[in-house]
Ligand binder design. Structure first.
Ligand SMILES: [Zn+2]
Length: 90
């Protein structure tokens, strides 16, 4: 599993806000296409913006970052949904 591998490699998975503030997320259980995320809350750490909360694209519930799943998790609209941040292509 991707999340497991990333954890073992000790990659910094902090969800930083990109400089342009545009964030795309993808349902990790149904990865069809990236969804433009609505960022609800950020905080600053070491002079970088970190995304603290994103609105669930299905039900609008404010989702918090979950270190275990390495994504934003919503459990409010039925089965659990995990949204990974889609890294911009470089
Ligand atoms: Zn939801």
């Amino acid at each position: 599993m991707k999340a497991y591998k990333k954890k073992r490699m000790k990659v910094d998975n902090t969800p930083y806000l990109p400089p342009d503030g545009v964030v795309y997320i993808m349902d990790s259980l149904n990865p069809e296409r990236p969804i433009r995320a609505v960022v609800l809350k950020t905080r600053t750490k070491n002079k970088r913006e970190i995304i603290e909360s994103i609105a669930c694209p299905v039900c609008g519930n404010p989702m918090k970052w979950d270190d275990k799943w390495e994504g934003f998790v919503c459990e409010k609209h039925g089965k659990r949904a995990i949204y990974e941040i889609v890294q911009p292509k470089s």
